[in-house]
Design a protein around this ligand. Structure first.
Ligand SMILES: Cc1cc2nc3c(=O)[nH]c(=O)nc-3n(C[C@H](O)[C@H](O)[C@H](O)COP(=O)(O)OP(=O)(O)OC[C@H]3O[C@@H](n4cnc5c(N)ncnc54)[C@H](O)[C@@H]3O)c2cc1C
Length: 383
């Protein structure tokens, strides 16, 4: 009988765990992959749709397309997790596992920011980002605020990329001179572990007239006055507010008693939780790295190799190294790359680019993942 691994969440991390397990173990493993949705969308594709570079249909990858021996996809909501018994309750019934991987990502709590749902737009969910495509197309100019509420939040470069892409769009539409763009972030610099990338971004913000408000978050939006209130008490007027909402672990993890200080505790080298045979990866886990797909993916590969070694009753030196490669959109089709490292002393990272050549690298990054996970050819931006 093959060992049964149940992977909760078919996002960046869950897809990587699944494909690595099958590559490593072949017919010695049966993987059940569970997600409430019927397909996957890369985080960066949300910005591609928002800024009109791709359509929602183009960036959507149906889980039905995963045709690999040993993998069954179940579309269901996970409603309860018994980590001791490794038993999961879902809207399609109960499932027992030999090994369990928690890869449920992070949820958003829009209601924690007063006024956000009424007069702002969050651009972190698929629905929010996709709806903003029409909102941006109809925008006639005015004050644009891109605001982060508080950390941790997914993909720390995304708010800076959004500010630069808004700038590009408003220039293309001839309404940049009628507009202001402000970026509010609770960090001292745009990419804290990378002084080079931060300096390049700050220089680009200055060149393009983007106002930068560091070390503070947006606490609330005033629906009547249409002003964003920042953590330091000051306010900014807005005609268009693009927000990063408060993040939290999915409620099923909290209600199943699997979180400590909001997130699932893990050994950051092995990704195993305090419950034997239960691993947690990606945005839902307290690993000590930022919440981003590239980190979730590398954590997924490590967890899969450790599970594979246990199933084979072998040993492995697979250990998560806290590294990741982040792509940053600078506008004008140019992309920069930051290689970041979080576990070798002080977090650090250096910038390559930005350039058009690195944009091709980013496209290849997306294409290679879809080939590996779904077995089909795809390119992030349609030609
Ligand atoms: C605008 C934006 C741009 C980004 N750009 C980048 C980028 O360029 N590079 C990068 O590396 N990262 C980027 N990210 C971050 C990246 O998308 C996430 O960090 C990454 O997807 C995390 O992977 P994960 O596997 O932990 O979670 P996810 O990919 O979010 O997957 C979690 C899955 O769990 C499912 N789920 C949750 N709860 C339940 C439940 N109760 N029952 C069933 N299913 C459930 C969800 O449907 C989801 O499919 C970006 C994010 C945003 C918002």
């Amino acid at each position: 009988m093959p060992a049964h691994v149940v992977v909760l969440g078919a996002g960046f991390g869950g897809l990587e765990v699944t494909s690595t397990l099958v590559d490593e173990l072949g017919s010695d493993v049966a993987v059940t992959l569970i997600d409430r949705t019927d397909g996957f969308v890369f985080g960066f594709s949300k910005l591609d749709v928002m800024f009109g570079k791709a359509t929602p249909e183009h960036v959507f990858h149906r889980y039905d397309d995963i045709v690999r021996a040993g993998v069954s996809f179940v579309q269901a909501d996970v409603t309860e997790i018994d980590a001791v018994a490794r038993r999961v309750s879902t809207t399609s019934g109960q499932i027992e596992a030999d090994y369990l991987v928690l890869a449920l990502g992070a949820d958003y709590d829009v209601s924690r920011t007063h006024g956000l749902a009424e007069v702002g737009h969050e651009f972190y969910s698929e629905a929010g980002a996709f709806a903003l495509h029409d909102e941006l197309a109809a925008f006639r100019g005015g004050d644009v605020v891109i605001g982060v509420t508080a950390g941790p939040f997914k993909c720390p470069p995304a708010p800076s990329e959004t500010a630069l892409l808004v700038d590009e769009l408003l220039r293309e539409r001839g309404i940049r001179d009628d507009s202001t763009i402000s970026l509010v972030m609770p960090f001292p610099r745009p990419i804290p572990p990378s002084p080079d990338a931060s300096a390049a971004l700050l220089e680009t913000f200055a060149e393009r007239g983007i106002a930068w408000y560091p070390e503070t978050g947006v606490r609330a939006l005033d629906p009547q006055l249409r002003r964003a209130r920042l953590g330091d008490g000051s306010t900014l007027p807005f005609d268009l507010y693009l927000g990063v909402p408060v993040h939290r672990a999915p409620s099923v993890l909290v209600e199943s008693g699997l979180t400590v200080e909001g997130w699932v505790p893990v050994d950051s080298a092995t990704l195993e939780t305090p419950w034997p045979g239960v691993f947690a990866i990606g945005d839902c886990a307290a690993v000590g790295t930022p919440r981003a797909g590239v980190f979730a993916e590398r954590q997924g590969a490590t967890a899969a190799r450790r599970i594979a070694a246990r199933i084979r009753q072998g040993i492995t030196d697979a250990s998560y190294d806290g590294r990741g490669t982040c792509y940053i959109e600078f506008g004008g089709g140019e992309v920069g790359i930051v290689e970041v490292s979080f576990f070798d002393g002080r977090p650090s990272g250096s910038l390559e680019g930005p350039s058009l050549a690195l944009a091709a690298d980013k496209r290849e990054f997306g294409a290679s993942r879809i080939k590996r996970w779904f077995g089909r050819d795809w390119t992030p931006l349609p030609s």
